[in-house]
Design a protein around this ligand. Structure first.
Ligand code: GTP
Ligand code: MG
Length: 204
């Protein structure tokens, strides 16, 4: 499996700005700075596609990236068009003090009303497996029956034993159909697992 021809498509803050048509969408959600945009770039092997920043709150709109998921099997080659949807992070209030609200209204609206959403990746920092804001997000997503896969990010920052322990904790706190995938955008670790998860979500 490979991702080819990634390109920025459009941005939205309202439902009438969603792309037309029925191209399957894979969305990326998580705390500000958890590594959503970096993950999209790592999957696409394209550094500058989604804007990355050391300061939280970089992504402020719903950003659509069009990609082709290419499968090569002996003689055959198939390509499926998809959108990767980079969502603004939650848990960070620019104004301070007002970060009680889980996330902007338009993110919730996107998740519950986008007809083409096939899978949502919820990103959790592998160093911080039990943050209340992530558990709140998980509960909301589970209550809304959103198709969910957890990705534990920044795996390169942990030692082996911490990694194993934290991954087990994430699996316990965020139960989903499939176990969490440990990911490092720095080292491209976990990339094949994520691509297979995407493939499974868009083929049936
Ligand atoms: P917002 O757009 O603000 O919600 O953040 P985001 O979730 O899109 O995070 P972004 O991808 O911008 O990354 C935030 C910071 O974490 C950047 O400094 C990245 O370089 C760093 N980062 C992201 N993924 C990894 C990773 O796998 N390993 C390491 N070491 N750093 C990472
Ligand atoms: Mg971002």
């Amino acid at each position: 499996l490979q991702i080819i021809r990634p390109a920025y498509k459009s941005s939205a803050v309202r439902s009438d700005q969603y792309p037309q048509g029925n191209i399957p969408e894979i969305a990326f959600l998580g705390r500000s700075n958890v590594g959503k945009s970096s993950l999209i770039n790592s999957l696409c092997q394209h550094r500058g596609l989604a804007r990355v920043s050391g300061a939280p709150g970089k992504t402020q709109t719903i950003n659509y990236f069009q990609v082709l998921l290419q499968e090569k099997r002996e003689e055959e080659e198939t390509r499926r068009q998809l959108y990767f949807v980079d969502l603004p992070g939650y848990g960070y209030a620019r104004t301070g003090g007002r970060n009680r609200q889980l996330w902007s209204h338009f993110i919730g609206e996107y998740i519950t009303s986008s007809p083409n959403l096939h899978l949502l990746f919820l990103l959790v920092d592998l160093r911080h497996p039990d943050l209340p804001i992530d558990r709140e997000a998980y509960t909301w997503l589970a209550d809304n029956e959103v198709p969910l896969q957890i990705i534990a990010t920044k795996a390169d920052k942990l030692k082996k034993n911490e990694r194993v322990r934290n991954l087990a904790q994430i699996q316990k706190l965020f139960p989903t159909a499939f176990p969490p995938i440990a990911y490092s955008s720095l080292k491209q670790e976990g990339r094949n697992d994520v691509l297979h998860t995407i493939y499974e979500a868009v083929t049936d």
